[in-house]
Design a protein around this ligand. Structure first.
Ligand SMILES: [Zn+2]
Length: 264
């Protein structure tokens, strides 16, 4: 056996010992199966090594001596001195460098390929999003809020309030309106410009403006629905005594269905 073959074998044993848990039979079986194919552990040390790791996996008591130098081995296979000497040898260091180099070159190549692919994918996604963004205004145009074309007409009870709503949401167009309850809402909302979104305005009020805006007044609350063959719309309407109307739900342009809009 050449020196080089023996050094290679010892280094292989050291690597196996530092890497694997020989108390696990499936690990030892894997090592021995590979050994049957490759015949690496052929020296007297290698044969001792194979027998030792099999004994450990099988739970057989060993003399706990290093299979290389015969000194006591804490791990029952190779003592620390041999591990250090063989693992730190010039031969071992040169082997490690030789094995690392191709791996690095390979990684660098793969890394570059991945990067090119990744950048291409990102570029495609950006182009796709851009084309999507350009097509959005056509598909989902921003429409001004729908507003009433009728004038303010004061009301003094729920029937009169209902009659005013029916002008804007007539039964012949499929609208159903039902009275919900009396409630109160902010005075300022009924003074907005037609088409204004109450929440949008309220977020921008100054402290002075808030003082006047957030007083409350009594309102008539109605539910409006329009059920058609392929669609259904529902909403809530509030009418104050001046006949001003707020609408929330699907009866504006749907920009903010969770907020009232000034409708009339
Ligand atoms: Zn030893």
């Amino acid at each position: 056996m050449s020196d080089d073959k023996l050094r290679q074998e010892l280094l292989y044993m050291v690597r196996l010992t530092t890497k694997y848990d020989f108390t696990r039979m499936e690990v030892v079986e894997g090592i021995l199966r590979l050994e049957n194919e490759r015949r690496i552990l052929d020296s007297v040390f290698g044969k001792r090594f194979k027998a030792r790791i099999f004994d450990i996996a099988a739970g057989v008591a060993t003399d706990e001596n290093c299979v290389i130098c015969g000194q006591h081995a804490q791990n029952q296979v190779i003592c620390q001195h041999c591990l250090d000497t063989i693992g730190g040898s010039n031969y071992a260091q040169s082997k490690i460098k030789v094995e690392e180099k191709p791996a690095k070159v390979n990684l660098r190549f793969i890394g570059k390929t991945c990067l090119v692919v990744l950048l291409s994918v990102i570029l495609c996604i950006q182009i796709w999003i851009l084309s999507l963004a350009q097509s959005i205004p056509d598909r989902n145009p921003s429409v001004a809020a729908t507003v009433s074309s009728f004038d303010l007409t004061p009301v003094s009870n729920e029937e009169e309030a209902l009659a005013q709503l029916q002008l804007d949401f007539p039964a012949e167009d499929g609208y159903e309106i039902s009275f919900g309850r009396m409630d109160s809402d902010y005075v300022g909302r009924f003074l907005l410009e037609k088409g204004d979104c109450c929440l949008d305005i309220e977020e921008k009020l100054t402290d002075d403006e808030r003082y006047d805006y957030f007083f409350k007044e009594d309102v008539y609350v109605f539910y409006i629905s329009q059920i058609q063959q392929y669609s259904a719309r529902i909403g809530v309407a509030e009418v104050n005594s001046a006949g001003a109307i707020l609408i929330m739900g699907k009866f504006n342009d749907g920009r903010r269905t969770d907020s009232f809009y000034k409708y009339r």
